[in-house]
Design a binder for this molecule. Structure first.
Ligand code: GLU
Length: 287
């Protein structure tokens, strides 16, 4: 079972189509189900109308998802239960540090481990992360290992504004929804060790991970200033879809290529081979 989990903070562009297509092809090629989860917990960053536009665009591009679209904003009790379990196990502490307090720290220095330093301030909940190497194998990028305590330190699992953090929500949801294969952009690979660590603490099964490269401008900069970064046009799905499939290593030069969208998807599902996805964290695109 796979999933695509967009945050409604903007419209889909070629880079998001690329990650969504990889996850979709991977699930369907294994005869698996594929879910959509709107990661809409960060209300302050949400753009009005983006969630509806994302779903319309995915539909126009021929994605067919299983079941109802899940919204994280409807799942507060699930996250609260996970927070509670960690709290009861003595794995958390309240932290009063602001972003400014920590601006110069390469990682969280443990300031509030024995109680919030500044009384009367709103607090975040942090996970007490003990030293130790977390290992995982990525199906595309290869083996990874990270000492979360040494690199990030104690992780925020509920923010000072009360919002449950992405890290916790994603881990709880992937397990609750039975996701076995996480296929997503390599910009998220840095969060994978922390997610593996949380899964272990919560006694949740670990999904397999495959991180596809992040598409960039030809000079390596974030997709930003060209047609490549524009919101996908739902009226013209075929060009960008074939582009994304080509960048995923599918033989789109093959002739004759099928004509309609459903036929293109069938063709691509039959040919999906994660071995052909470029094994690199970033992939510059031209044109
Ligand atoms: N919602 C996250 C994002 O849009 C993706 C979460 C995930 O795939 O784990 O960046």
């Amino acid at each position: 079972m796979g999933r695509f989990a967009p945050s409604p903070t903007g419209d889909l562009h070629l880079g998001s189509l690329y990650a969504a297509a990889a996850s979709y092809l991977d699930a369907r090629a294994h005869g698996g189900r594929w879910l959509i989860r709107l990661e809409d917990l960060d209300r302050p960053r949400e753009r009005p109308g983006a969630a509806a536009r994302i779903l319309r665009t995915l539909e126009a591009f021929g994605f067919e998802w299983d079941g109802e679209v899940v919204r994280q904003s409807d799942r507060g009790p699930l996250y609260a239960a996970a927070l509670d379990a960690l709290r009861r196990a003595g794995r958390t502490f309240e932290c009063s540090c602001s972003r400014l307090d920590l601006a110069d720290a390469p990682r969280y220095p443990g300031s509030c481990r024995s109680g919030p330093l500044r009384r009367g301030r709103p607090t975040a909940v942090r996970l007490r992360v003990e030293p130790g190497i977390v290992r995982f194998t990525d199906r595309i990028q290869g083996p990874g290992a990270r000492d979360v305590a040494a690199t990030a330190g104690d992780l925020v699992i509920r923010r000072r504004d009360g919002i449950v953090s992405y890290l916790l929500a994603v881990v709880v949801d992937d397990a609750a929804q039975g996701v076995t294969d996480v296929v997503r952009g390599a910009d998220l690979i840095e969060h994978t060790p922390a997610q593996r660590h949380l899964q272990e603490l919560l006694g949740l099964p670990a999904p397999r991970y495959a991180h596809v490269p992040v598409l960039t401008e030809p000079d390596g900069a974030k997709l930003a200033k060209s047609a490549r970064s524009l919101a996908l046009d739902a009226r013209e799905p075929q060009g960008p879809l074939l582009r994304a499939l080509d960048l995923l290593g599918l033989p789109v030069g093959e002739q004759p290529l099928p004509a309609g969208l459903p036929e293109i998807w069938d063709w691509a599902i039959r040919r999906w081979d994660p071995e052909r996805v470029p094994k690199r964290p970033a992939l510059p695109v031209r044109g």
